[in-house]
Ligand binder design. Sequence first.
Ligand code: SF4
Ligand code: SF4
Length: 365
Amino acid sequence: MVDVFITSCETYNQKEVNRAVGKILKNFKIKPKKTVLIKPNLLGSYRKGHIVITNPAVIEAICKVLAKNKNKIIIGDSSFQNTDIAIQKSGMLSVAKKYNAQVLNFEKTKLVNVKIPKGKILKEILLPEILFKADYIINVPKLKTHSLMKLTCAVKNLFGVIPGYKKQKLHGLAHSEKKFAQLLLDLHSVVTPTLTLVDAVIGMDGEGPSAGDARPTGIVFASQSSFAVDLVACDMIGWKRNYVPTNRLVMKQKLFNEPITIHGEMHHIPYKKPPALPVGLLSAVMRFMPKPKITVNKEKCIRCGACMRGCPVGAITLNPYPLINTKKCIRCFCCIEVCPEHALYLKDSFIVSLFNSLRKKNLKL
Ligand code: SF4
Ligand code: SF4
């Protein structure tokens, strides 16, 4: 039996978040004076309160509880852009100062080579040593959609423990949806958080992880099991659990098959899916149709080159706007993730748009 705790939290008002997070954390025993590593989602250099990153109010509420418990607190991450700037802009640095916490850029900390005995894609990997020295890891994802992995929540957020551009290299190693999902599970087999607490006060749907729409969801929820968190997240947002590739593998490989007990009120807030090919008969037809194209919004693009530098297979050149070599592209969507201006998006071809509109009208094809 695995417990998932859900508490309402309608806004990022600090008092309200403190109340919600405090209530959730009462269910988990963290020994005083031990070291606790908090892993937020700092996708990139986004300002405090931006919907694509974990809100600092949630991190502050966790720190408040831990400080009272006399824990040594570390807040660490590696973003897809400049992590030092991401830590500062996101408000994490201010929170850390307030609670005497250490801030750790995983790209600048001691790394250790970790064997992954159960790994199917990853056999070993360099990871920050602190992941194995901390007594507790609290994973604090933002509830969002994700073009490749459909959902970024408990399991996907751990990808941020991999330092810097190694992340993009791994996208190159595991470029299919299934392989990348397996890679995430390989990683999870050696970096297993003590607890995952999800910032779903305002989530994101549609074109996540960086160009979607704000989806007020009004909750924080938590569990000791990352898998339970991701399964329950799907239930909440109206998706089949197996729509998410990591969930699919978790169920197929029987990594998690315990009953889940929900404590608190289950919420049902439908999330728009990220752009993707549909399933069923239509999917069979559409498999032969052009995939959504990565497109540049030239009005937004500042020609910074971050997408080019972030591409694991060198498929992008700037001329002067990004040009994507579709023969080289492995559709990892790192470029969409790293773009600070949300200037890259997936655009369906005319024929696919037509099919999708027919599908929305519930026409049987
Ligand atoms: S698409 Fe985004 S990341 Fe690429 S050059 Fe333009 S602004 Fe920079
Ligand atoms: S162009 Fe974008 S989606 Fe294609 S491989 Fe490069 S980063 Fe990935």
